[in-house]
Design a protein around this ligand. Sequence first.
Ligand SMILES: [Zn+2]
Length: 129
Amino acid sequence: MLAFCPTCWNEITDSPRVCRKCGTKVDIHSPEYQQKLLDLIPNSNASKRAEICLLLGRREMQSVVPALVSLACSDPDSIVRVAALRALGEIGDAPALHTIAKVAANEKSPVYAVAKQILTGYQLGRGSR
Ligand SMILES: [Zn+2]
């Protein structure tokens, strides 16, 4: 599984993880790592925000849902909104699905087609993906 050092953003590809570039200990299963990723969001550019969303989604951590919901609904950049929606789709709890449904129902949203597609995936059954 792909991960990133929250200190220097070096890519880390195997575990257990100490960043080879800066020596930061990276325990991707810890709440601290998740919090570090969340803390990076306000200071990151759009492509990094999108990557963070995808990483958070892959962790299937329901505690990050509120942060993803706010990115999915109000991030200025569409690629971040799409990434947040996909992450919510991975997590798949009730608040996550509620947000996807809300975006899918709003045809003015730049990402509503993506939200619709994720919802359709759910209706077909998660197991088929
Ligand atoms: Zn590092």
